[in-house]
Design a protein around this ligand. Sequence first.
Ligand code: G4P
Length: 290
Amino acid sequence: MAYDSSSNKMNINWYPGHMTKAKRDLSKHLNMIDIVLEVIDARAPLSSVNPDFSPMFQGKKLIMVLNKADMADPAVTARFIEYFKNKGITAVSYSAKQPDRKKLMDCIGKVAEGIRERYVSRGMSYTVRALVCGIPNVGKSAIINTLYGSKKVTVANRPGVTRDLRWIRIGDYLELMDSPGLLWPKITNRQTGINIALLGSINEQILPEDDLALYIIDLLKKDHPGLLMERYRLSSLKETNVEILEDICSSRGMIIRGGEFDYERAESMLLEEFRNGKIGRFSLEEPHDD
Ligand code: G4P
């Protein structure tokens, strides 16, 4: 991986073999798919869109599901829904942790209606098939579980865990197909790389944890200082990000023998707490066109 912190360019050439295979397998099923539910992370909706999908799924109805909305800034999520709407894309916010199943089913139902009506008007039944896809860790399995109504579908929490393609019956007209998390071969935008690493969609080895943790501190310091101070019981925020990290070490008792700060433990903790939404509700990006 080439990483240049002074520019917005990076070159992540990590593309595991199983993703190439999964993409090939998916291509074989394309003719069976009516709707594509692309799951993205509401905290970074643009960074978590897979740019390979749009050419691959041309001609299919698309619904963008901004999942994990329970962890995102609700005002930013609302702006993203509007942003997608202005581009003519159906988008819905969702949380598989606090699921509003009816809202998502209504959204799918509306799109499916246009597909089913010509069959139903002739007295025929038609099963609408929707593919649930997205980059790793955005909540594809969790969403299917909420729609299915039980924890039937295996949840894999590591990026890169392969799952086979299969159809899951939901209600009387809909089948969903689960698919493994897919990335695109080259991540060239540095900000996108950072965001999807923070979301836990690429393996930790690709972007160093210390950079990511300091990035989170920096973002919070600028945009949500209150969240940072409250979560880590800090009475003020020091000048530099490293000093803030050291204060977090002190506050959490992350000190190793000899009185040294345990930076690594604090960095991992920060990232984990961000991924689980423990720091509070905030988003990594705002809608933008570039
Ligand atoms: P994937 O299929 O796209 O790879 O994602 P998956 O459903 O496995 O979800 C990845 C992690 O994100 C899981 O956490 C899951 O519980 C969590 N998650 C999914 N949707 C939401 C959501 O809307 N809100 C929140 N807050 N979390 C969500 P995990 O820690 O990896 O697993 P577990 O501890 O839940 O078993």
